[in-house]
Design a binder for this molecule. Structure first.
Ligand code: MTE
Length: 322
């Protein structure tokens, strides 16, 4: 088992190569234009637009990605007070109320299974990967939707560091199991720890994100601190929070909601207005932050990211593989 240290991390490994190259060019241009003014201006702009309320530690050097350009972010307060996180309680407000229980230090993530370089990475080192980071504005959908300016590491570039092999067909994620830090686990409501899984090509897709922050600050506990998954074309329950283990597997892993109610929650969980949940339609959803009842909107196939992700599912019957 290898322990990764920041010294081993090259910026070129973290972001995809051409984004990294563009960034190097930007830095060069900035220097030529005078003392990095251009770069400072760009990150300053993003930080101003997405400044959080100053409650949590700031994440420096933010840069926007193209994903979600033109979307209006949901208010910070709405994003952080209407949550599902059973480990921190069972109502929508409970996770925010109980978030102090979740101590996020010490914290490390173990990466294991079908890969050439399994290892353990400390959260401080994972946070350093953010140095080249960007803001992603993603729309998230459950029965409600919100647009979240996430900060994070593309999941694929993180996973590639561990060199998954040909038997790595899936990726399994697990949340911390610690009833001290996660009071909701004192009740046997689900078979803890919470688990989630993706097919390897889904995990490698540039839209899949390991989020470490939102609104330019580190994640608050209720949103899955210190590290959670964001898969913007899937329903929210795929976005596992407070991850401590990532494992490459040959077999399709168990995911918590599928294990609890397999007829209601499939492994894929792709946003699809044409495939109703057995107990409700998925054609429309409420937009968070638009009043108590919120105005409803039509739900889009793959949550509006069809152009980017539909090819992952070509030839699959999405009614069966829901
Ligand atoms: N992850 C863990 N560990 N425990 C949970 O209860 N709930 C899921 C998902 N990730 C959950 C979890 C569900 S049902 C949803 S809708 C999203 O988190 C909500 O994420 P948000 O609170 O940031 O909107």
């Amino acid at each position: 088992m290898r322990t990764y240290r920041p010294g081993q991390i090259k910026p070129s490994e973290i972001t995809n190569q051409d984004i990294w190259l563009k960034r190097r060019q930007l830095i060069k241009a900035g220097m030529a234009a005078g003392a990095g003014l251009l770069l400072g201006g760009a990150s300053g702009l993003a930080a101003a637009v997405y400044a959080g309320p100053g409650k949590n530690q700031k994440i420096a050097l933010l840069k926007e990605s193209d994903y979600g350009a033109g979307m209006e972010p949901t208010r910070y307060k709405s994003i952080t007070t209407y949550n599902n996180f059973y480990e921190l309680g069972y109502g929508k407000r409970a996770p925010a109320e109980n978030a102090d229980a979740l101590k996020t230090r010490p914290w490390s993530v173990k990466v294991s299974g079908e890969c050439a370089r399994p290892g353990v990475m400390d959260i401080e080192d994972i946070m350093k990967l953010d140095q080249e980071e960007r803001i992603y504005r993603f729309r998230c959908v459950e029965a409600w939707s919100m647009v979240v300016p996430w900060v994070g590491i593309p999941l694929g570039s993180f996973l590639k560091r561990f060199e998954p092999g040909s038997k790595a067909k899936y990726v399994e994620f697990e949340t911390l199991y610690d009833p001290e830090r996660m009071p909701g686990q004192r009740r046997e409501v689900i078979d803890w720890p919470y688990r989630e899984g993706l097919r390897i090509d889904e995990a490698m897709h540039p839209l899949a994100l390991l989020a470490t922050g939102l609104y330019g600050e580190v994640l608050p506990g209720q949103n899955g601190a210190p590290l959670r998954l964001v898969v913007p074309w899937k329903y929210g329950f795929k976005s596992i929070k407070s991850i401590v283990s990532i494992r490459f597997t040959e077999e399709q892993p168990i995911n918590t909601w599928n294990a609890i109610a397999g007829d209601e929650y499939g492994f894929f969980a792709n946003v699809n207005p044409k495939v109703p949940h057995p107990r409700w339609s998925q054609r429309r959803h409420r937009v968070l932050g638009r009043g108590i009842f919120g105005s409803k909107e039509d739900t889009l196939l793959f949550n509006g990211y069809a152009e980017d992700v539909a090819s992952l599912y070509s030839g699959m019957d999405l009614r069966k593989n829901f």
